[in-house]
Design a protein around this ligand. Structure first.
Ligand code: GRF
Length: 197
């Protein structure tokens, strides 16, 4: 069982989908720690309700030492709104994954988070959108892509209807990506991810 930590800043529905998957033994990993930079993040409450250690910590040095203390082998950024420094990336190289609510490389990077992403999608008029799970590297939302899934953008879609549809996809592909990581089925060749099912 891999030791997993999940970093959140908000409601934690992605965290909840991982907690549920772990309880149902759908992933061979155990969530040992949830950390948030926001003390009122409901994600912390979700952790506490499931007897998972929940810590509010904004100092990155302390976050890194907490992760090391717990022998964390996979860090999942699930709605975590703090930038990860190169030092953090280096300490956990290829062990940090992030879920982003668009099809990277579109609508990502600085300033693209939460509903801002879906507004940009509607403003541009693209016909599909979706979610991406990727490894975290030094650049925001730019690491090797593990999994993506898309949905149609309908003419009557709003920011809220898109956010809901994309969030459902996030839950699905994050769970699948974490399972693949725990099962050691994710490989790299020249900076790209290959899955050996
Ligand atoms: C969602 O918009 C998701 O795309 C992004 O963070 C937001 C909140 O997710 N990753 P959650 O409900 O806190 O998991």
């Amino acid at each position: 069982m891999l030791n997993i930590a999940v970093l959140v800043s908000g409601g934690g529905t992605n965290l909840q989908s991982l907690i549920d998957a772990s309880i149902k033994n759908e992933i061979s990993g155990q969530i040992k720690l949830v950390i948030s930079n926001k003390k009122d993040a409901y994600g912390l409450e979700r952790a506490r309700k499931n007897n998972i250690e929940a810590i509010c910590e904004g100092d990155e040095e302390k976050v890194i030492s907490l992760l090391k203390e717990k022998n964390i082998e996979l860090v999942v950024l699930a709605g975590y709104l703090k930038i990860i420094s190169p030092k953090f990336v280096d300490e956990f190289r290829k062990k940090i994954i992030n879920i982003h609510p668009s099809l990277i490389p579109s609508f990502c990077g600085e300033g693209y988070y939460g509903k801002k992403v879906h507004k940009a999608v509607l403003d541009y008029g693209v016909k599909i959108t979706g979610a991406t799970v990727h490894f975290v590297n030094e650049k925001a939302d730019a690491g090797p892509i593990i999994m993506q899934k898309c949905i149609d953008v309908l003419e009557d879609d709003t920011v809220d209807t898109l956010a809901k549809k994309v969030l459902d996809i996030e839950h699905e592909i994050l769970k699948k990506s974490v399972k693949l990581f725990c099962d050691n089925k994710i490989n790299f060749h020249s900076g790209r991810v290959f899955i050996n099912e």
